[in-house]
Design a protein around this ligand. Structure first.
Ligand code: DX5
Ligand code: ZN
Length: 216
C-alpha cells in the first residue's frame, strides 16, 4: 500500500521541512492539494508553492498534485513546470474541460495522469476514461477541507474500478483520499485500493513514522 501524506495538514510555516519530515517517516508519495476557491470552497496553494516543495525534497521524491480547480487545462503547464510526477484532475469538470485532451496533455508531458471522482458523482462517469489513466482517485470526503470523516459508501466505487481493471487488463492505481487512518486503511485495502492519501492522521500524529507504518 502506497501512503501519500497530504501537505494540506502540515505546518505551512515550514512547508519544506514538513515535506522532508513526511518522506523520512516513510511516505511513498507527497500529496499536494491545490484548491482555487471555486471548484471547492477553499483556497490552498498553487504552482509556485508546488515548485517550492519540489525544490525542498530529494529529486526522487514523488509529488502527486490533486487539482481541485475549475480550469486544470489552463493551469496544466505551470504544474508541469513545477515538477509534479502525477497530476490528477476532476471528472466533474467534464463538459467544461476537454478531459480526454487534458489527460493526454499530462501524459505527453511525461507525467502520470489521474482522474478524481467526488462522493456524489457516480463511478460510471470515470469508466470511459480508464484506458487513458495512470490513477483513479476515489474521494472519501467532499473535497475542500482536511479533517473530515471517511464516507464508507464510496468503497463500492473502488470495488467497481478494481473489477473493471482486472476485466480489461489495465493497471491504473486506485487512490483514496479523505478521512483515512489505520482503521479505514484496512477497509480501503480490502476493497482494492493501492494508494491512500492521509493528512490529519499523518502530519498531526505524535509519531508520523508509526502512523504511516500502521496504515501500510
Ligand atoms: C480534501 C483533500 C484531502 C485532504 C485529506 O479536499 O483532497 O487530500 O486534505 O486530509 P485528511 O486526511 O485530513 O482527511
Ligand atoms: Zn487530495
Amino acid at each position: 500500500m502506497l501512503i501519500a501524506p497530504s501537505m494540506l495538514a502540515c505546518d505551512f510555516r515550514r512547508i519544506g521541512e514538513e515535506a522532508n519530515r513526511a518522506l523520512e517517516a516513510g511516505a511513498d508519495w507527497l500529496h499536494l492539494d491545490v484548491m482555487d476557491g471555486s471548484f471547492v470552497d477553499n483556497i490552498s496553494f498553487g504552482p509556485d508553492i508546488c515548485a517550492a516543495i519540489r525544490s525542498a525534497v530529494p529529486a526522487e521524491a514523488y509529488l502527486d498534485a490533486h487539482l481541485m480547480i475549475d480550469a486544470p487545462d489552463h493551469y496544466l503547464p505551470r504544474f508541469v513546470k513545477a515538477g509534479m510526477n502525477m497530476i490528477t484532475i476532476h471528472v466533474e469538470r467534464e463538459g467544461a474541460v476537454d478531459l480526454h485532451a487534458t489527460l493526454a496533455a499530462i501524459r505527453a508531458a511525461g507525467i502520470h495522469a489521474g482522474l478524481a471522482v467526488n462522493p456524489a458523482t457516480p463511478v460510471e462517469k470515470v469508466l470511459p476514461y480508464i484506458g487513458e489513466l495512470d490513477m483513479v482517485l476515489v474521494m472519501s470526503v467532499v473535497p475542500g477541507f482536511g479533517g473530515q470523516s471517511f464516507m464508507g459508501e464510496v468503497l463500492d466505487k473502488v470495488r467497481v474500478l478494481d473489477a473493471a481493471r482486472k476485466e480489461q487488463g489495465l493497471n491504473f492505481i486506485i487512490q483514496m483520499d479523505g478521512g483515512i487512518g489505520a482503521t479505514q486503511a484496512q477497509l480501503c485495502a480490502k476493497a482494492g485500493a493501492d494508494c491512500l492519501v492521509a493528512g490529519s492522521s499523518t502530519f498531526k500524529a505524535p509519531d508520523m513514522a508509526a502512523a504511516i507504518a500502521s496504515m501500510k
